[in-house]
Design a protein around this ligand. Sequence first.
Ligand code: B12
Ligand code: SF4
Ligand code: SF4
Length: 365
Amino acid sequence: MPARLASAASRSAPRYNSNVTSAEIKARAAELGFDLCGIAPAGDFRELAFFPEWIDRGYAGEMQYLARSAEHRADVRAVMPSARSVVALGTVYNTDRPYSTEIADPAAALIARYAWGDDYHHVIQRRMETLVAWMRERGGMDFDARAYVDTGPVQERVYAQYAGLGWIGKNTCVINPEIGSWLFLSEIICSLPLEADAPALDQCGTCRLCLDSCPTGAIVEPYVVDATRCLSYLTIETRGAIALEQRASIGRHAYGCDICQEVCPWNAQPAEPDAQTSPWLPRTAFDGRSIADLWRTPDTELRASLKNSAMSRAGAWRLRRNIAVCAGATGDAEALSALREVSEPLCDDPIVAEHVHWALESNDG
Ligand code: B12
Ligand code: SF4
Ligand code: SF4
């Protein structure tokens, strides 16, 4: 184990009667299906200090919950005062489907790969609950823990980096040198004084492929994404109408965007979970569909396919709004005739109808 961690351990003698070690937790995490597990000390790291500046620059847009929880995000000990360690976990969600940058068809509806399969919040939360219960049995009387997967006021990437899972790349995603960045992050903040891992080292070097490939220039400088320009924010987080001047930039992106990870050399030969058992394989309704096909899918079928998927949060309504934008932004003739022909209840929603109107009008003549 790294010297830095050994000295940290000798500075403060464990307060807890803990019978579980970092190595044992990692072994149990692997049994439960986690691909990566590392330990960071609970603390405030240099990178966390950037968060308030990011909020002040207005980069969070409508995501007001981020500003509201800024104090907690500055240090996990504000989330759980007894926190001594953060068990950071990584789960690969990649599949064998081609990258969006490899799909030449201008009429294809692009959906970010994290959203294709089952809802990762549910799948991973269940795995973490099993791990926490196992730790609790061994953790002693004072054991305390909180487990989050994109569900708590925690800067997950920073703790993952300090737990050695991977470094925060210039595209701001955590990249593991062996398996790439198609990873869900989650963490168990716990009261155990566990032996920590060494932080991961930045291996971006002089590369800037992600910055140069982002279609909207959302990576405004290395390691900084202005969410309000990111296609992931525009298609997933925007609750009402999408700003007129940003619609054309959405192109074929019906839900989320993967470009800054697809171009990353560390994802050239990424890990893939077992194709037989993976919960992240695309559901039929979203597998290789065109913009026109998606629009022609009845509301009831769209809703059924979204159930328990990572896209359920945005719902069928936001998906229809986005598909209308894709039809307008690409000008695809088949998608535009689908907009004219299909009359499902959700198409009559005033915001969806306005996006349909925009799509047809901007391709008129
Ligand atoms: C809000 C949010 C978004 C926003 C903003 C993204 C962003 N880059 O800030 C939007 C909606 C755009 C988004 C998009 C996506 N997201 Co998101 N998102 C989050 C969320 C909830 C908070 C992130 C956040 O706090 N952002 C604010 C910035 C300031 O923090 P940060 O991104 O962590 O960046 C740190 C570094 O950049 C760091 N830093 C490091 N070194 C340096 C050096 C310098 C010089 C500077 C200035 C800064 C700096 O400073 C920041 C820490 O303060 C997290 C979950 C969580 N609780 O952490 C998921 C999370 C980051 N998202 C995730 C995913 C999968 C995505 C998408 C890939 C989904 C998609 N395909 O559409 C895209 C990726 C886009 C991208 N390039 O980031 C995963 C990332 C997994 C990974 N391998 O990194 C997370 C961790 C969710 C999860 N539990 O798995 N997301
Ligand atoms: S997800 Fe897409 S739009 Fe967002 S920063 Fe990456 S390349 Fe740019
Ligand atoms: S594309 Fe290059 S600069 Fe961007 S995250 Fe990957 S290695 Fe780093």
